[in-house]
Ligand binder design. Sequence first.
Ligand code: LLP
Length: 385
Amino acid sequence: MFNKDITERFKGIETPFYYYDTDVLRKTLDACRDASVKHGFHVHYAMKANFNPKVIDMVQSYGFGADCVSGNEVKAAIEHGFDKGKVVFAGVGKSDKEINMALDADIFCFNVESVQELEIINDLAAAKNKTAGIAIRINPNVDAHTHHFITTGLDENKFGINTWQLNDVADMLRKCANLHFLGIHFHIGSQITDMEVYKSLCIRINEMQDWFENHGFPVKILNTGGGLGVDYHHPDTNGIADFESYFEVFSKFLHVKPGQEVHFELGRALVAQSAALISRVLYVKNGLKRNFLILDAGMTELMRPMLYQAYHEIENLTRNESTEQTIKYDVVGPICESTDCFRKDVDLPQSYRGDLIAVRTAGAYGEVMASGYNLRDHAMSVYSQ
Ligand code: LLP
């Protein structure tokens, strides 16, 4: 992503900013498309990971669908040219306004997360004399072995419908004339790198589809959710997520019947490596116990390290890491919170005011989770081309 000329290119650009390498994004999208097409799988892009307009335009150009979690995401997906027949709407708390908007847009499917929501969508669809395509999001109680803040498929999580409620779902579905049951949906968590987890998920999906079929509901769509993780430690040497192994697991363990479609909702794996947060060193503060590198970017630009103790590679683009002596720095932001720290004890070459610092693998859940706390400006986006 970064060669020697990059600091020259960044000269004069106000920091902090998100730098998007469109080449990395293209290579990642190519890899995902090639690996999924092989198995006839359908990929929906989880818009929440990054809705930078240039990023979604590129993703859309690959013909992927869109997985949305708000009315505004549905709207953005359609405005950016995603086929409405490939737009799905998930989320535990869809408002009436959002449901009505998605009904008006004739999206493909609502991923429904509670029995009560089934009734509400049915009533709102009936009022418009429409039929809503729905899939039931099931909480499969499968441990994703990821950070507990980004685990979603356990009984204690708020997401999806627990299996002990499936009889209520079936009763409600029989009552709802304005719902068209399409299939079942799962999403057990994010940043999952252990493929065994997906094997366990496949086993649960197979059981669940049998349950629905046995209760008189033919399952057309098996939506496995997203979650494929990326390598935050080696963004250059291992930059493309392992799409091959991921799809291979589903191809091997999922019982796909004739006429069924398998859908995936990938966010992070598609966009994470395509961006870095670029900032400058404002001050170097050598304390008695620690050395601080104070950047002009902080938790307002990239919240992941502070929220999930997430690891991101940090590089000084101005100094040559391989030849210079390294010093341990706590790399912190300017925000008035002690938690505003990207990482402690980062080995970096001796750094100076004005040096450019890259926080890597920031393309997913970076810019989209930025906040205006401390009345900060919104960081710009810069593209490689
Ligand atoms: N489908 C559903 C229903 C989801 O809730 C999510 C993400 C995805 C798909 C896409 O998951 P992915 O492929 O990106 O793992 N902010 C956190 C991650 C939150 C993920 C929320 N749901 C982070 O920065 O790690």
